[in-house]
Ligand binder design. Structure first.
Ligand code: DGJ
Length: 706
C-alpha cells in the first residue's frame, strides 16, 4: 500500500493496520489480514463512507479512535471524565503525526476543553499490535478522568466472543457467546487480575476454532482493575475494547499532568485461536529477559502440599533427599517460616525468620538443599498483613481502607497500603534483608485476598498499588541480579500480560488435580506460554478435589508447563520414584521444545478428550498428548489427529511412556504405538487410532520428521 498523507499503515507477519486521518481524527480503517500491496487506502476510505439513513444526523460522521460524542458517535466514548461538570464532551483535532516502519503516533488536542490525547500503534515482528494511549490536562484546573479505553474495529461479520470466568481452584473457564447489539463488558474490580480474569478477550467468526476461522483479541498489560468490552451498535458496527477500570476519583489530573493508559496488546489470526496464541508467545519470547531465554526452566519442588505449616528440618531434609534422587533442580519453602506464622491467622507482615521453627535461621535447610545440588526458593506475601502481627500493631494505619471503615478480612488479613512510603520501605527492607542474608534464587510472591475499598487517605488507590508492586519487584530484581519471582494469588489470581514484565513464573492454580488442570492450563495458555506457568504433579489423592489419578496422567499434565512437584515425596513408593526419575529426565531433555514450540490444540468431535501438543518452530519434532476427560460416547475413541506438522513431510510417530503406563480398557493394543511413518497431511486429516484409555488418563505421542 502506498502511504499517502491521509492514510498510514503498519504491517508485520501478515497483519495490517490502516489508519486514515482525512476526517481530522485517526480512524482505523482496517485491522486484520494484509490487504495487499496494490491497495489504495484513500479508495478504501471512500468505500467505507456510509450512506445517511433517515432519522439520523444529516452527514456521515466518522468517530475515529476517540469516539467523541461531538462527532455524532453514540456508542461508548473512548474518553470519559469532566472538570467539575464541564469539559465532559470533547472534540479532538490532530496536531502531530509521527511514523516509523512499525509505529504510528497521533496527538490531538481540544483547546477549548484544555485536553490533549495521544495514541501510539506499534506492530511487533510477530504481528501483535501494541497500543498506548495517554491524556494530558492542559487546563488550569484538575480534570477527573473516569475512563480511557482503547477500541479497535471488528468486521461486521464477527459473530462470537470468548472470555473467561473462574474461581479459586477452577480458574479461567471460557464463555463463548453470540455478539448481539449492546455492550458485553467483563469488569474486574478486585484490585488484582483475578481468578476469573480474561487475560485476552477474543472475537471471532462463526466457524472459528483452534485451527480455523478469523480471530481478533485484546489483552491489557495491567494487573489491577480492568474492563474488556465488545460493543455492537444498532448500526451493526462492532468494536473490541480494553482499558483500566478506574474507581471514582482515582485519577484527578492536575494541570499539566498526564495519564498513561495500560498498553493494550491486540492480536489477529486468520488461522484460528492457535494463531492468536502463537503471536502472543512469539512476542513474549522475543523479550530479552523472557525466562526460558535466560535459562531452562528448573524442575521445581514446592513443599506446600507436603508439609503445609509444619516446618521441620528433618522432614524437609528427607524431602530434599528424595527430590535430589528424582532430579529436582529447585526446592521452594512455602508459607510458615516467619514471624508468628504457625497457621494462617497471624504473622503476615513480619518478614523475619521465626526462631520458634528455625532456631538457627534458614541456613541449615538452605545448606541441605544446596548440598543436594538444588537452588532454594522462599515464599512471601508482602502486600498483606494479619491484624495479629507486629507490623499491624505498630502501624494499623498502613492498610488500604476508605475513611474510618476497616475492610472485611479475607483469610484473616488486610491489604497493606504499599503506596504508603513507610509500608513500601518496610516490605522492601525486610524482604531485601532476607535475600541478602541467604542464598535465595527465587521467591514465590503470594496475594491471597481481594482488595475492597482500596483507598489511600480516602482516595481510591488500586492503580497506585499496582504500580507499587511492579516497582517493588523491579527493585528486588535490581538489588538481587538473577532473582526470579513467581506471581501467585491464591493460585492463578494474578496472571496477566502486565505481570509478565515483572515476574518470571505464575502459579497457575492451587488445584493440582490433573483433570481440572487440563482445562485450567489449556485456557490460561491462550496468551501465556507454558514456560511461565507452574504445573506440578500433585499427590495421588488431590487435596482440593479428593479425586485420585494415575501418576502417568498427573505427570503428562504437568509436563506442559514449567514442571514441578507438589507432593510429599517421602510417601512415594520405589516404583513411583523410578517413574518420577524418567519423567524428570524427559522434561529436561524436551523442555527446549516444550518451551519454544508452537502450541497446537486439535479440535475433537466431542468433549470426552483433549488433544494438544507442541510443534517445533521448524516443524522437525512434536510432542502431543491425548488426555481423556470422561467416558467416550463411542465404543472406540475418535481418531487421534496431529495438526500443525509439515503436510508433505514424513514423520515417524510413536507413543512414549516416560511417565509410566496409563489405565487402558482394551483387549488388544493398536499396532502403531511402537512406530509408524505418515505424512503431516495424513496425520492431520486421517490420524491414528488411539489405544482405548479409561477416563482421566493420558498418553504422549512423539513425531519426528524423517
Ligand atoms: C496460596 C497459594 O496459592 C498456595 O500455593 C500456598 O502458597 C498458600 N497460599 C500458602 O499460604
Amino acid at each position: 500500500m502506498a502511504q499517502t498523507p491521509d492514510s498510514l499503515e503498519i504491517k508485520a507477519d501478515g497483519v495490517q493496520l490502516i489508519v486514515n486521518l482525512a476526517s481530522g481524527t485517526p480512524v482505523v480503517l482496517h485491522w486484520g489480514s494484509d490487504l495487499g500491496a496494490h491497495l489504495d487506502a484513500s479508495q478504501l476510505n471512500t468505500a467505507m463512507q456510509e450512506g445517511v439513513p433517515h432519522a439520523d444526523l444529516d452527514t456521515f460522521q466518522n468517530p475515529g479512535v476517540w469516539r467523541e460524542n461531538a462527532r455524532g458517535f453514540l456508542g461508548r466514548p473512548a474518553l470519559q471524565g469532566h472538570r467539575t461538570g464541564q469539559d465532559w464532551s470533547q472534540m479532538f483535532d490532530i496536531v502531530e503525526v509521527k511514523t516509523t516502519a512499525s509505529t504510528i503516533f497521533v496527538r490531538s488536542e481540544d483547546k477549548v476543553a484544555g485536553l490533549e490525547v495521544a495514541v501510539n500503534f506499534e506492530i511487533t515482528p510477530s504481528g501483535i499490535l501494541r497500543i498506548s494511549q495517554s491524556l494530558k490536562n492542559n487546563g488550569a484546573t484538575p480534570f477527573a478522568l473516569n475512563d480511557l479505553t482503547t477500541f479497535l474495529p471488528l468486521p461486521d461479520y464477527t459473530a462470537e466472543t470468548v472470555d473467561f470466568t473462574g474461581r479459586w481452584v477452577k480458574e479461567r473457564q471460557p464463555q463463548r457467546r453470540e455478539i448481539q447489539v449492546g455492550t458485553w463488558a467483563r469488569e474486574i474490580r478486585e484490585g488484582r487480575s483475578g481468578h476469573d480474569y480474561t487475560i485476552v478477550q477474543l472475537a471471532m467468526t462463526k466457524d472459528a476454532d483452534y485451527q480455523r476461522g478469523e480471530v481478533w483479541s485484546m489483552g491489557l498489560q495491567w494487573s489491577g482493575n480492568t474492563r474488556h468490552l465488545i460493543e455492537r451498535q444498532p448500526t451493526g458496527r462492532t468494536t473490541i475494547g480494553a482499558g483500566e477500570l478506574l474507581l471514582p476519583g482515582e485519577i484527578q489530573l492536575a494541570p499539566g499532568e498526564v495519564y498513561e493508559a495500560p498498553v493494550v496488546a491486540a492480536a489477529y489470526s486468520g488461522e484460528g485461536i492457535d494463531g492468536i496464541t502463537d503471536r502472543y508467545y512469539r512476542w513474549l519470547r522475543s523479550r530479552p529477559n523472557h525466562p526460558s531465554k535466560v535459562r531452562p526452566r528448573p524442575l521445581t519442588l514446592n513443599v506446600w502440599e507436603a508439609v503445609y505449616f509444619d516446618h521441620n528440618l528433618e522432614k524437609l531434609t528427607q524431602l530434599a533427599d528424595v527430590a535430589q534422587s528424582i532430579g529436582v533442580e529447585r526446592f521452594v519453602l512455602d508459607d510458615g517460616w516467619f514471624g508468628a506464622r504457625r497457621d494462617d491467622h497471624k504473622g503476615l507482615g513480619d518478614w523475619v525468620v521465626s526462631k520458634d521453627v528455625w532456631p538457627n535461621g534458614l541456613k541449615p535447610l538452605i545448606d541441605v538443599v544446596k548440598s543436594r545440588g538444588m537452588e532454594f526458593g522462599l515464599w512471601f506475601e508482602g502486600e498483606m498483613v494479619n491484624p495479629d502481627s507486629d507490623l499491624y500493631r505498630a502501624h494499623p494505619e498502613w492498610i488500604l481502607h476508605a475513611g474510618d471503615r476497616i475492610p472485611p478480612e479475607g483469610r484473616f488479613q488486610q491489604v497493606l497500603d504499599i503506596t504508603h512510603q513507610g509500608a513500601y520501605d518496610h516490605v522492601l527492607g525486610q524482604v531485601d534483608a532476607i535475600l541478602s542474608e541467604y542464598e535465595i534464587a527465587y521467591i514465590k510472591w503470594d496475594h491471597n485476598r481481594t482488595l475492597t475499598e482500596a483507598a489511600h487517605l480516602g482516595q481510591a488507590a488500586v492503580r497506585e498499588q499496582t504500580k507499587a508492586i511492579y516497582r517493588l519487584f523491579d527493585e528486588l530484581k535490581l538489588r538481587h541480579p538473577g532473582l526470579e519471582i513467581e506471581s501467585c494469588s491464591s493460585g492463578g489470581g494474578r496472571i496477566d500480560l502486565g505481570m509478565v514484565d515483572h515476574a518470571d513464573r505464575f502459579w497457575t492454580s492451587d488445584c493440582n488435580d490433573a483433570l481440572e488442570r487440563q482445562y485450567i492450563q489449556r485456557y490460561t495458555q491462550f496468551a501465556i506460554p507454558p514456560e511461565m506457568l507452574g504445573s506440578h504433579i500433585g499427590p495421588t489423592h488431590s487435596h482440593t478435589t479428593h479425586r485420585t489419578h494415575e501418576l502417568s496422567f498427573r505427570a503428562i499434565t504437568a509436563l506442559f508447563g514449567h514442571a514441578g512437584l507438589e507432593w510429599d515425596l517421602t510417601e512415594t513408593t520405589t516404583a513411583q520414584r523410578e517413574v518420577l526419575k524418567t519423567w524428570s529426565a524427559y522434561y529436561k531433555a524436551n523442555r527446549e521444545l516444550l518451551h519454544n514450540g508452537k502450541m497446537i490444540r486439535v479440535e475433537q468431535p466431542d468433549d470426552s478428550a483433549f488433544v494438544h501438543g507442541v510443534v517445533a518452530q521448524d516443524k522437525s519434532r512434536a510432542i502431543f498428548a491425548l488426555a481423556t476427560l470422561r467416558g467416550m460416547p463411542g465404543m472406540t475413541p475418535n481418531a487421534l489427529r496431529l495438526e500443525g506438522l509439515e503436510p508433505a513431510a514424513n514423520y515417524h510417530v510413536k507413543m512414549v511412556q516416560p511417565a509410566g503406563a496409563p489405565q487402558y480398557v482394551h483387549r488388544q493394543i493398536p499396532k502403531w504405538l511402537d512406530g509408524v511413518v505418515l505424512t503431516g497431511a495424513a496425520l492431520a486429516k486421517v490420524g491414528l487410532r488411539p489405544p482405548i484409555l479409561a477416563p482421566e488418563n493420558a498418553i504422549l505421542i512423539e513425531a519426528e520428521r524423517i
